[in-house]
Design a protein around this ligand. Structure first.
Ligand code: ATR
Length: 305
């Protein structure tokens, strides 16, 4: 108990994740383990904030000297119009998942509060660390290099759209886009054709083999969910690598089947880890202790049986 009391003081600063719902977020243990390792007098909290209260919550965090925030569902797009400045990443991906609070210095520069910034005038800068995390997870956890690759992307919601566009931006040769609501996949294909014409975007499944399959649908989150792909049209033997953005459960029916088909597999834990690691670096200016964060995440999402 005394450790607990001594570890918090009037100089302790805060960061947090805002979402609705938020109860099951694994971000607090991941970030607090990192903050402790870095020896920072800072804690990471989670707040359940309804979308209609987002602006008030952002202003509150600003007033109270928070160093940064993560935003999750349903706030990422809403926040675009609420922050004072947008980093190129937030502009490019049309969503903010990381907010950094910055103070104006005597010379007019904006210095992050988590990097020594102090002053009367504070602004919020919005970043997006999700897109980068997707390709880092594919590279590091699945050994898939997007440049020149051919892949299947299942899902064309927020996550699927960002994944497909980021893969195209990284130089993927060809992406097969599949979504229950085909019009959404078509809209993503059109965006790719317009912005990244070197990448071929094709609706539906490939007849031959690809380098990877990525699931960005929510199918697999709940027991009894249908499989996220059509087994009668695409066989997992057509791909050597399968990524599922879902991390709870750790092994979805898709990943189970992919393992049986001898594919390399990875779940969405890496994405959660890498987006968080980058956010921490944006706030503090220090390299994120990746392995400490990974261990804390694994512990936090481990099934309790
Ligand atoms: P996220 O931000 O996580 O991408 P989302 O935008 O709601 O969340 O997208 C969810 C994705 O899962 C979409 O691709 C959705 O398909 P639709 O665009 O047709 O809605 C997909 N999805 C959700 N439930 C599904 C179901 N029962 N069958 C097939 N696809 C489903």
């Amino acid at each position: 108990m005394s450790d607990f009391i001594q570890s918090l003081s009037a100089t302790t600063r805060f960061c947090a994740v805002l979402g609705y719902p938020i109860r099951h977020s694994a971000s607090p243990p991941m970030h607090n383990a990192a903050l402790q390792t870095l020896g920072l007098d800072c804690r990471y909290l989670a707040f359940e904030v309804r979308p209609e209260q987002l602006r008030t919550a952002l202003e509150g965090a600003k007033t109270m000297g928070f160093i940064g925030l993560n935003l999750t569902v349903p706030h990422k797009v809403l926040a675009l119009n609420m922050v004072d400045a947008l980093d190129a990443s937030a502009r490019q991906w049309g969503a903010v998942n990381t907010v950094r609070f910055e103070a104006k210095s005597a010379t007019g520069e904006w210095i992050p509060l988590g990097q020594g910034g102090a002053g009367e005038e504070i602004r919020m800068q919005g970043f997006n660390t999700d897109a980068e995390a997707i390709v880092r997870a594919l590279r590091e956890d699945l050994k898939v290099e997007p440049r020149g690759a051919t892949g299947v992307v299942l899902g064309a919601g927020g996550a699927g759209r960002t994944a497909a566009l980021k893969l195209a931006a990284e130089g993927a040769a060809c992406l097969y886009l599949v979504n229950r609501t085909e019009a959404k996949a078509r809209a993503v294909a059109e965006e790719i054709q317009r912005d990244y014409p070197k990448t071929q975007a094709i609706l539906g499944y490939p007849a031959g083999s690809v380098d990877f399959l990525l699931n960005a649908t929510s199918l697999g989150l709940k027991p009894g969910d249908a499989l996220p792909w059509d087994e009668s049209v695409f066989r997992l033997s057509q791909t050597p690598a399968v990524y599922d953005m879902i991390y709870r459960p750790a092994v979805t029916p898709l990943l189970q089947q992919a393992q049986k088909a001898d594919c390399r597999t990875a779940n969405g834990l890496g994405m959660l880890l890498y987006q968080g690691a980058r956010a921490l670096e944006i706030w503090t200016g220090q390299p994120a202790p990746i392995e400490v964060m990974r261990a804390a995440l694994l512990k936090a999402v481990a099934p309790t049986v």
